[in-house]
Design a protein around this ligand. Structure first.
Ligand SMILES: O=CCCC(=O)O
Length: 450
């Protein structure tokens, strides 16, 4: 069996990658085990030196790696290069901070008591194609700094990126087996999870993939972190700076051609300012230049695969049948989906209920502030949200009422190495990034000494 990398803009097959046989997979698992035995004994200093080398290798090659990302999944070249830089930044962050984050913790007891953090083995990662470098370095940098090793099953359409990341680790001086990419098919996933060397599973992907992988992790008593879908609310209140909100709304929905879990998907606007916001938003979305992601000046490339464009087109058609009004875009040619805005969406509409993974923005009109929060929370997902208002105090009160893992006020929702990231409800559980991110796959061992 082979996985094909297909350039979504040209539809050319750019590479073919063979799926590992079970014998080859077992060898990789054995290599993980022997690599872990040595790696867990290395000092933070040694690991940090290698991770900083990796950051350097990524930055030195950002042009070439950026081009690979764009060719495999279609995002515009500047976004691809920025993704490589952000990944390098995450390596630096954990290289600099891991030792402090994992220092022993002492307790106030009449006897001596403390907790120490031990690495546990191989973190098995199942990662998506939308940020093929960032999603990987986001979990791998902390896992490896903590003394764990890792096995990556990347999405079949970005195996070239997976191989390039593995090569970058080797070029940075990491011993073989610390980071391994494994091109495997879905039926092989359980054997990896079941393997004794695997201490846990981290998955970024769809709710359906999360549910089945989390079940397997449960069956084999392995910890899991799930970063799943989202339908983030972008709430605009009467006193918001509408011009700025519309600019950030455009960015937040359309970046990466709308293919991010944390793209704003539901624009919930209070009635008083809804017409004005809709007009500003439509104007900005209409100006976006869509086309060849390698061409200067292009702001949005194609969707990553034809089936994704088919699904979005279907969601758009249904939502219009259900009463939404098309105000911008709506056309689609192969993987190129016009940036689109629909208005007068209600909570029964498919574009409200389902995650829309592409450049389709939905405007929902709310009676007032309380209604806006109720609408935002009336959803199966709870990844992130944004609130736009000039009243910062009120914003903080409202932010506390939002059911999501992250809430941003007057700002673009984004991930940041320093800040925990993850969701609730069907958006998953566990956290990546920050201090909590590095502790997810550690044995917090308590020591009590009388
Ligand atoms: O797809 C979601 C991840 C986006 C990010 O971490 O910035």
């Amino acid at each position: 069996m082979i996985f094909k990398s297909i350039n979504p803009f040209s539809q050319e097959v750019i590479a073919e990658h063979e799926v590992l046989t079970n014998i080859q997979l077992n060898k990789k698992l054995q290599l993980s085990e022997s690599a872990f035995k040595k790696w867990k004994t290395t000092s933070f200093q040694e690991r940090a030196g290698k991770l900083q080398n990796l950051a350097h290798v990524l930055r030195e090659n950002k042009g070439k790696l950026g081009l690979l990302i764009t060719n495999e999944m279609g995002k515009i070249l500047p976004e691809s290069i920025a993704e490589v830089e952000k990944s390098a930044g995450n390596c630096d962050f954990y290289a600099e901070n891991a030792e402090q984050m994992l220092k022993d913790e002492y307790y106030d007891t009449p006897f001596k008591s403390m907790s120490v953090y031990d690495p546990m083995g191989a973190v098995f990662a199942i990662m998506p194609w939308n940020y093929p470098f960032w999603q990987v370095l986001r979990y791998a940098a902390p896992a490896i700094m903590a003394g764990n090793v890792t096995l990556l099953k990347h999405a079949p359409n970005v195996i070239g990126c997976a191989k390039a990341i593995e090569s970058a680790f080797l070029e940075a001086g990491f011993p073989e087996g610390i980071f391994q990419q494994i091109s495997i098919d879905i039926p092989q996933v359980e054997s990896v999870i079941a393997s004794d060397i695997v201490c846990g599973v981290t998955l970024t992907g769809s709710e359906m993939a999360g549910s089945s992988v989390a079940s397997l992790a449960g069956k084999h008593i392995k910890k899991s972190v799930m970063e799943l879908g989202g339908s983030d609310a972008f709430i605009i209140l009467n006193d918001a700076d509408l011009e700025k909100a519309a600019t950030v709304a455009t960015q937040s929905r359309m970046l990466n051609a709308g293919q991010a879990c944390i793209c704003a998907k539901r624009f919930i606007v209070t009635e008083k300012v809804a017409d004005e916001f809709a007009a500003l938003f439509a104007q900005k979305v209409q100006l976006l230049q869509q086309g060849n992601p390698l061409q200067d000046g292009i702001q949005m490339g194609p969707l990553a695969r034809l089936d994704l464009a088919d699904k979005l087109a279907e969601q758009l058609e249904k939502s219009l049948q259900q009463g939404a009004k098309l105000i911008v875009g709506g056309e689609r040619e192969k993987c190129n989906f016009q940036p689109t805005v629909i208005d007068f969406v209600d909570s029964n509409n498919v574009a409200f209920q389902e995650e829309t993974f592409g450049p389709l923005a939905t405007i929902i009109r709310a009676k007032d502030e309380n209604d806006a929060i109720t609408i935002a929370n009336n959803h199966r997902y709870g990844l992130a949200s944004a609130i736009w208002t000039k009243d910062r105090e009120n914003a903080l009160q409202l932010a506390r009422k939002i059911e999501a893992g992250n809430v941003f006020v007057n700002s673009l929702v984004r991930s940041d190495s320093r800040i925990p990231f993850g969701g609730i409800k069907k958006s998953g559980y566990g956290r990546e990034l920050g201090t909590i991110g590095i502790k997810e796959f550690m044995n917090m061992k308590s020591l009590i000494i009388e």
